[in-house]
Design a protein around this ligand. Sequence first.
Ligand code: AMP
Length: 395
Amino acid sequence: MKILVINAGSSSVKFTLFDMDQDVWLAKGQIERMKTPAAILKYSNHRGQKFEKNVVANSYEAAISAACLALCDNEHGVIGSLDVIKGIGHRVVHGGAEVTGSLRISEEVKQTILDCYEVAPLHNPPNYEGIEACEFLFPEVPMVAVFDTAFHQTMPAASYTYAIPANVAAQHKLRRYGFHGTSHNYVALAGAKALGRDVKDVKLITVHLGNGCSITAINQGRVADTSMGVTPLEGLVMGTRSGDIDPALVLFLCRAGYSAEDVDKMLNKSSGLLGLAGIGSGDMRDIIAAADGGNAAAKLALDVFVHRLQKYIGAYAAVLNGFDALIFTGGIGENSGRIRGMVCEKLTYLGLELDAAKNRANEIIISRNAAGPKAMAVPTNEELMIARETMRLLS
Ligand code: AMP
């Protein structure tokens, strides 16, 4: 059975076609710089063929049509006809407090996605438009929404409740929702499997470190706490986001003349590694290179990033009252032995001991202390998780 996974963002659409009989991807790619004359399709298939070409992508329908043409293309295509696609899985960022799992898309589910525009103004609108485009292009194909927030809805109230007046929180739906849930869920399952354990028998701390960063404490398959909050701004230091700050800093800036929009942009787009290092990039590879080249601000950015992580891991070890494995994932977590090493060398009190060679080689288990908790580097695969969820709901 062929399942198409769509991740529609504000300026790009990512797609992956899976053959779920074999649990493998056949082709994947993305349309970038949508709604500009420079829109480009980047495509690769399982035979190792790749191409890039400019496309017209003035709408989500046009962008997804360009992807479909490539999937059926004589030279690079992997299917003879779109008719073999029997299900479409959509990444949807926010499902609110009621959505606790993936859902087959219906008018009611679409309304739920619309209802969350207020709490996810950047993400839910393009996700919704991606769904409508697929409804137009594939009117007969059943579709499933897989929500970033769903996994985190297993969190207890003590973790998701902000200590603000309860009536204000209720009126504006202000609570910790958590994000990257599909990734945390995937690496928890894959990590437990690699340990030869059932996820229901272990306590895990999963750390997703990409351009966005979040950390989750998972107790026997259920979320005990997670660092992102009502929006993906809270928690760890990220590429361009501040993560935790004193909330009074926002008030201070507003009183100093910044508008709410200015502060929103500052904390989401100009802060984090980008804002600290001042080298015009929030990309971890650039930060590390600058720090190694003697740039003091980049070195401080790196130290703030690692310090925040160290604090959160300690806090989540406490929340879980001990843990079995610390799992790194995301672009930084999967690839940077350097960052994993900087974090873990400060956590020896928890019994974590890295094996330097395994850590350098990005092996799955990177620790050497058989008795203590394991440290792991587990590649995430949100698209495969979405495809599996789509299969599960359609069969
Ligand atoms: P993602 O959002 O998951 O694609 O992750 C993007 C982040 O991963 C960027 O900050 C990259 O610099 C970072 N990254 C990718 N590869 C490496 C690497 N080998 N070392 C350090 N950071 C990396």
